[in-house]
Design a protein around this ligand. Structure first.
Ligand code: SF4
Ligand code: SF4
Length: 167
């Protein structure tokens, strides 16, 4: 999911209806409000440890109409649904819900196999645990370096496990 990839797609490969399709899904309603400020990416704990995962870029690709590239990409499964971006977005895009909408479309339209889904569901417990840790961290007034390091380690573990399962 690189800028090079964005620029290498010709206009006849783009699906101009994709953004409307996503906006019609529960959770995808606000996607067109995104003005590409990058706040979501800057605060995302997954982006911090996995440069391939970039919420701002995923939205940009949806708005451009890169349907096949987005729905067949492994990165839409990397989000651990911590809701950090949800709280920080100035446009109320609700990116966490957009991710859920993209995953739903990927499943519904046959971009992922049943075997893949079985693997993803198996690691959902780990995602839940990381989410809880991040929420605990966010509700503290002062985040200690140790807490931050612990969370970064857990997110790295999550991404490593996710990559092993999806490849
Ligand atoms: S923070 Fe909101 S407006 Fe800014 S790039 Fe992310 S989704 Fe778009
Ligand atoms: S909900 Fe997903 S995209 Fe948003 S900050 Fe958390 S991991 Fe990143």
């Amino acid at each position: 999911m690189t800028d090079k990839k964005e620029s290498s797609i010709s206009s006849d490969e783009l699906d101009k209806n994709f953004k409307y399709e996503v906006a019609a899904q529960p959770g995808g309603e606000n996607i067109k409000k995104c003005f590409s400020c990058g706040t979501c990416t800057a605060g995302c704990p997954v982006s911090e440890v996995e440069e391939e995962f970039n919420p701002r870029k995923i939205i940009r690709m949806v708005l451009l109409g890169m349907k096949k590239e987005v729905l067949s990409s492994n990165v839409i499964w990397y989000c651990c649904s911590c809701y950090t971006c949800y709280a920080q977005c100035p446009q109320n895009v609700k990116f966490t819900d957009v991710m859920a909408a993209l995953r739903h479309l990927a499943i519904k339209q046959g971009y992922v196999s049943k075997d893949f889904l079985d693997k993803v569901y198996k690691i959902d417990n780990l995602a839940q645990k990381i989410r809880l840790d991040i929420i605990k961290c966010l509700t503290k007034e002062q985040i200690s370096n140790k807490t931050k390091a612990d969370i970064t380690a857990k997110v790295k573990e999550f991404i490593k496990t996710q990559k092993e399962k999806v490849h």
